[in-house]
Design a binder for this molecule. Structure first.
Ligand code: THU
Length: 160
């Protein structure tokens, strides 16, 4: 028998402790929540991607009366970036979310479907994505790349 383990490291930083790029991306994610169409959940999510040339691409969740037809903020941003900036690697993703009481105290993390898209985005770009997940009580930073949040991922290599 062989045993393995998977370790995830993250840190939680106050607003004052955030480095400039991370703070800039958090602000972009917060602003992106303004574009959310979320009449069904009342939950507005904003995502901001940093590309390897410094470009920032944002997205927000877009809901639909036919619920499964909607899309999360993260994939809205990822597909917009893939379309408008093919060939540029995504190097960081910031997420912010608010409900009727304001921005959430705890950060939210990407859903499983978004993690799957993030995994392929990271593979295409060839650079680990830095996660900057905003909450009013602290911002969570995950530096391990997408493997940290989606271990045992299915990808193109799985079909070889
Ligand atoms: N949502 C996102 O946009 N991103 C996440 O990471 C989690 C959930 C959206 C989907 C739906 O519009 C609303 O939040 C409630 O699930």
């Amino acid at each position: 028998m062989k045993k393995f383990s998977h370790t995830v490291n993250w840190s939680v930083l106050s607003q004052e402790e955030l480095e400039n790029n991370d703070l800039m991306l958090v602000k972009a994610a917060q602003e992106a929540t303004a574009g959310s169409w979320s009449p069904y959940s009342g939950f507005s999510v904003g995502a901001a991607l940093l590309l390897d040339d410094g470009t920032v691409v944002t997205g927000s969740n877009q809901e639909n009366a036919a619920y499964p037809s909607g899309l999360c903020a993260e994939r809205t941003a990822l597909f917009a970036a893939g379309h408008a900036h093919p060939g540029k690697a995504v190097v960081a993703l910031a997420i912010a979310a608010r409900n009727k009481n304001g921005f959430t105290a705890q950060p939210i993390t990407p859903c499983g479907a978004c993690r799957q898209v993030l995994a392929e985005t990271e593979q295409r770009g060839g650079k680990p994505i830095r996660y900057i997940l905003y909450g009013t009580q602290g911002t969570m930073i995950i530096e391990g790349g997408t493997d940290a949040i989606l271990p045992f991922c299915f990808g193109a290599d799985s079909m070889k």
